[in-house]
Design a protein around this ligand. Structure first.
Ligand SMILES: [Zn+2]
Length: 150
């Protein structure tokens, strides 16, 4: 059986959220959403938060051209060697500078030091503005929702 995992992450890759706030958000989501489980992931440095098999393509945020997965994999390897502390890149298509975090991933992906993973929720979390606002208040930062399929 396949799983749909909604990953709630801070908008900025470098935002650190305290364990207390993450646990409060976890409890809140558990009480507000019917789902299989809610898990927390916390890392010292940003990690790539992927959308699983939902990833269709990656395009340039500056000129809109599609970015090859080969180029992206190489750029990810280089950034990974330094634990994703630096996400700066020079775009292969137009030569502009950007960040691995700012590439247009379809579906959305991102980088974050923490993630609240909600597995198989019965409602579309990303469409629930009240829920998103409440979680943003608890975490005290703006959030993104990455929808992953496995
Ligand atoms: Zn470009």
């Amino acid at each position: 059986m396949s799983d749909q995992v909604y990953k709630i992450i801070p908008k900025s890759p470098y935002t650190k959220v305290s364990k207390d706030k993450l646990n409060t958000a976890k409890s809140f989501i558990e009480s507000a959403v019917t789902c299989d489980c809610v898990d927390l992931e916390v890392t010292d440095n940003p990690e790539f938060i992927d959308c699983g098999s939902n990833l269709v393509n990656i395009t340039c945020p500056k000129c809109g051209k599609e970015i090859s997965l080969d180029w992206w994999n190489d750029a990810m390897d280089i950034a990974c060697e330094d634990d994703f502390k630096k996400l700066d890149i020079t775009l292969p298509c137009c030569g502009e500078t950007s960040s691995l975090n700012d590439l247009r991933y379809d579906f959305k992906c991102g980088f974050a030091c923490c993630s609240i993973n909600v597995t198989n929720p019965e409602t579309l979390i990303d469409d629930d503005e009240t829920l998103i606002e409440s979680v943003q208040k608890i975490l005290d930062c703006d959030i993104n929702v990455i929808i992953a399929h496995y």
